[in-house]
Design a protein around this ligand. Sequence first.
Ligand SMILES: *[C@@H]1O[C@H](CO)[C@@H](O)[C@H](O)[C@H]1NC(C)=O
Ligand SMILES: *[C@@H]1O[C@H](CO)[C@@H](O)[C@H](O)[C@H]1NC(C)=O
Ligand SMILES: CC(=O)N[C@H]1CO[C@H](CO)[C@@H](O)[C@@H]1O
Length: 485
Amino acid sequence: MLEAAAARVVCLVVICWLTAPRGAEAAIGVNWGTLSFHKLKPSTVVDLLKDNKISKVKLFESDPDCLEALKGSGIQVMLGIPNEMLAFLSSSTDASDLWVRRNVSRYVVKNGVDIRYVAVGNEPFLTSYSGQFQPYVMPALLNLQQSLAKVNLASYVKLVVPCNADAYEAALPSQGAFRPELTQLMTQLVSFLNSNGSPFVVNIYPFLSLYGSSDFPQEYAFFEGTSHSVTDGSAVYNNAFDGNFDTLVAALSKLGYGQMPIVIGEVGWPTDGTISANLTAAMTFNQGLINHVLSNKGTPLRPGAPPVDVYLFGLLDEGAKSTLPGTFERHWGIFSFDGQAKYPLNLGLGSRRLINAKNVEYLPSRWCVANPARDLSAVESHMKLACSVADCTTLSYGGSCNGIGAKGNISYAFNSYYQVQMQHEQSCDFDGLGMVTFLDPSTGECRFLVGVTTSSSTSISQLHHSPAIVWIWILITWRVWIFVE
Ligand SMILES: *[C@@H]1O[C@H](CO)[C@@H](O)[C@H](O)[C@H]1NC(C)=O
Ligand SMILES: *[C@@H]1O[C@H](CO)[C@@H](O)[C@H](O)[C@H]1NC(C)=O
Ligand SMILES: CC(=O)N[C@H]1CO[C@H](CO)[C@@H](O)[C@@H]1O
């Protein structure tokens, strides 16, 4: 009798444990974007995540190498689908079946990848897209949902649609509403999300509000208190993040889903390329945000209920991103491109400081600079080319390399290009205006980078560049010659 009762209690406990809502505690995750000229090995990045106890990661597309590296890591994944694929996925369930088979079900197995969310599109309703992706979102969602159901993953893998905060607007948070032309679509979307137990995913960027508007009160972008608080009825907002979040809550309430869970898909602060993008500001913002979220204070419209999860943007700098949004766009990482912490940050995940990537394989310590012996008056076109291919955004006004002078500018551009070309000898020629140096030209805050060896290009670049290998090759060739003669 007693034993049976005990067994029943154990059973109940196990059942409770199995059925407890997953991710009930707000967690800090990161966006892992890969638009870099100097990509770390995916396994190095996964180790970086593990060392920092980061257990949630968002990918912008299903990069097979990243997914391979995440296998068996236990890290939960939000897997993105690029907007350009929405038309295809909305075309038929055959299309969505194929995508789910190739990108989800083959990974969600024992010791596989723990894909918890699929992000269908990335900010597909962004105003600047002029509605081009809008018609495909709901059909793609419905097809993918069917495909997930076919492989019994419909309740394990949740479909979401990360939206930019420009999907809604209001003078005051409590008046929040989705853009009028989106109302019908948003009604369908949130009803779909609700019926599947999916959260609403939104990207919130106080930095962009500050950057885009000269009269935006700077303090209001941060979490340190402000003399520019916003009073909304009985609620007082002291930071742009809460104000923005509650504008969304109000917009959801208007559609009848005021309780819908909200996940922050992207939030962060860049560190370079313009005045307001710097290390101090990024550290202050990100630490303030993390402390605020983990305090569980919530917002006036959701007291005690912070966002379900918050994915920082981003993990690493991405030097190959488009600079259309601004020259800061390549500098959002909490780590630089090579996995080195840019500033102290406590993610609240157990490790009080950021831990750097280990075993990063750099190219040899050499740089390409302007040859001081040459007349540099004809350098303009070379510099243009170098900067159009590689990254020169730190030279911009407010950037970390803005003060290094005309010759410094040229050297910086040459070196960026040289490193992107994996230090290929000819890439430092520039009609004789460039020269390779073994002395680090970095000065003050301005870092002249050395590239990392990418997993895929390692062998080729080493063949090209390692003098030892070249000599061995020459010796072998000579011996062959001697042998033949
Ligand atoms: C860093 O950014 C902050 C916030 O925008 C700004 O107030 C500050 O002047 C910047 N610091 C420097 C050294 O440029
Ligand atoms: C270096 O380049 C930056 C970016 O183009 C420019 O703002 C700056 O004035 C240049 N410096 C000199 C001394 O030419
Ligand atoms: C990792 C992986 O298999 N990715 C695939 C996802 O689906 C697209 C389209 O079917 C494929 O092109 C990718 O290779």
